[in-house]
Design a protein around this ligand. Structure first.
Ligand code: FAD
Length: 432
């Protein structure tokens, strides 16, 4: 029986494993194996809400072992360290418990066909001090670390203020893309809620300074300029400082310096200026682009090895029609997972169909009450700009559709209802 191994159970990999498990895994036509370094899946576009304390990741995570048992695939917990294409094996590192004790030794696993879906990590672009002194939003652990530091900084500043000393918190977010904008907006809401619950005694408008530094001349460069302006206006109204056309020169423990010589005081620096594929992609010894993303053909096979496929953020798919590379987005990973689930289930080599990406637009959250974005629809692909509360509702549906792809409509609806009731019974943000 053929073994198909999927490396990475993120937005694309877990959906692919679920679909393939349902189609060929259950009927024992192929063995589907998913390998991930984490025991649970969390949908990355929600990480900013974990960082702001609005969302409890425990409640929204999916246990890989449970998903595997329900959908006919096998899950292996461990970090893939290397791929040997000559022997068609992947090496999985030893798994250690939190106390450092080894639970599982190093293992190797044979594959007949391999799918790389290991996502992307933060790109510091070699800026001095950025990796050492910045936090990132690559994982739930990173988001939780940011949340705890933010809470601690507010409480410490509040305590200092009681002695009559300086009582302010400076947050610098480097990168005015979707991640930076969404986090900044959520933090404004969090800091006000923490004040209402008397977790700190700072004046949210005066004492907590949130600043976005963006190298380009506008926020959200992937969106229509009108929406960028609208988002910037909204953020400024919330009290967020937006510094566009500002390039970071170096980062220190307590400040970010730009190339114009300005020092931006910073208690917490969050780096959200771009992504690159992890070094693991290089172990394939296949063509990659300058961001280490694996080059794939229209069938999503890697250029150089038809037995190895790649999807999502770790891959580079250049559209043969217009020559543009697809962005690292959940929408892309989802569509590629749907495509590959069809292709791999056929169990035939030879000429495979080509992947066709359909852009449905993008939405960026501006906190709990607003969002901006563009919807693309109809046969002619007409663009419609959306904003405000309606856009916020549509933004929420993105996550529901991911949950539906994994669990089906009934469970998605039940979970949504359960989360809504839970939200009504608990404080709007985590207070500790
Ligand atoms: C804060 C934030 C906000 C975002 N907001 C949006 C948004 O609003 N809309 C949108 O479309 N996109 C958004 N994105 C991008 C979106 O999350 C990604 O494009 C999408 O998750 C990519 O899916 P993927 O399957 O390629 O990788 P991921 O979802 O990143 O999953 C990769 C998986 O691989 C695993 N893995 C990595 N290395 C190894 C290894 N060596 N061994 C084993 N397992 C490994 C990881 O644990 C992870 O489970 C956002 C991203 C972030 C970080």
């Amino acid at each position: 029986m053929e073994t198909i191994v999927i490396v990475g159970g993120g937005a694309g990999g877990l959906e692919l494993a679920t679909r393939l498990g349902d189609s060929v895994g259950r009927s024992a036509r192929a063995r589907i194996v998913l390998v991930d370094r984490s025991p649970t899946h969390f949908w990355k576009p929600l990480l900013h809400t974990v960082a702001s304390g609005k969302l409890d990741p425990q409640v929204h995570q999916v246990e890989y072992s449970a998903q595997a048992a329900e959908h006919g695939f096998q899950f292996i917990h461990g970090e893939v360290q290397r791929v040997d294409r000559d022997t068609r094996t992947i090496e999985i590192g030893a798994y250690h418990a939190d106390d450092g004790a080894q639970v599982l030794p190093q293992r190797s696993l044979h594959y007949d066909r391999l799918v790389f879906a290991c996502g992307a990590i933060t790109n510091f672009f070699g800026i001095p001090g950025a990796a050492e002194h910045s936090l990132t939003l690559d994982s739930v652990r990173d988001a939780e670390l940011f949340r705890r530091r933010f809470l601690a900084s507010c409480m410490q500043a509040s305590n200092r203020g009681m002695d009559g000393a300086r009582a302010s918190v400076n947050i610098v977010i480097v990168g005015g893309g979707a991640t930076g904008v969404e986090l900044a907006a959520e933090l404004c809401h969090t800091v006000r809620t923490l004040a209402q619950y008397k977790v700190h005694s700072l004046d949210p408008a005066r004492d907590v300074r949130i600043r976005i530094i963006e190298r380009g001349d506008r926020l959200l460069p992937q969106l229509n300029p009108r929406l960028s302006k609208r988002a910037a206006r909204y953020l400024r109204a919330l009290g967020i400082e937006v510094c566009t056309s500002t390039t970071v020169a170096r980062v220190e423990a307590d400040a970010v310096h730009d190339t114009a010589g300005v020092r931006h005081a910073s208690d917490i620096t969050l780096w959200a200026a771009g992504v690159e594929a992890p070094d693991l992609c290089l172990s394939l010894r296949l063509p990659v682009n300058r961001l280490k993303q694996i080059a794939v053909s229209p069938s999503l096979q890697t250029v150089g090895d038809p037995k190895v496929f790649a999807l999502g953020d770790c891959s580079s798919y250049v559209c043969p029609v217009n020559g543009t590379a697809l962005p690292p987005r959940a929408q892309v990973a989802h569509q590629q997972a749907v495509f590959l689930a069809e292709v791999l289930a056929r169990q035939q080599d030879g000429i495979l169909p080509g992947f066709q990406y359909r852009d449905y637009g993008s939405l960026v959250s501006l906190g709990p009450f607003a969002a901006v974005g563009v919807l693309i629809g109809g046969l002619k692909g007409r663009e419609m700009l959306v904003g405000g509360w309606a856009a916020r509702m549509l933004y929420s549906l993105m996550y529901q559709s991911h949950v539906m792809a994994l669990h089906g409509f009934i469970r998605m609806a039940a979970q949504t209802l359960a989360h809504w009731i839970r939200a009504k019974l608990t404080p709007p943000v985590k207070l500790h």
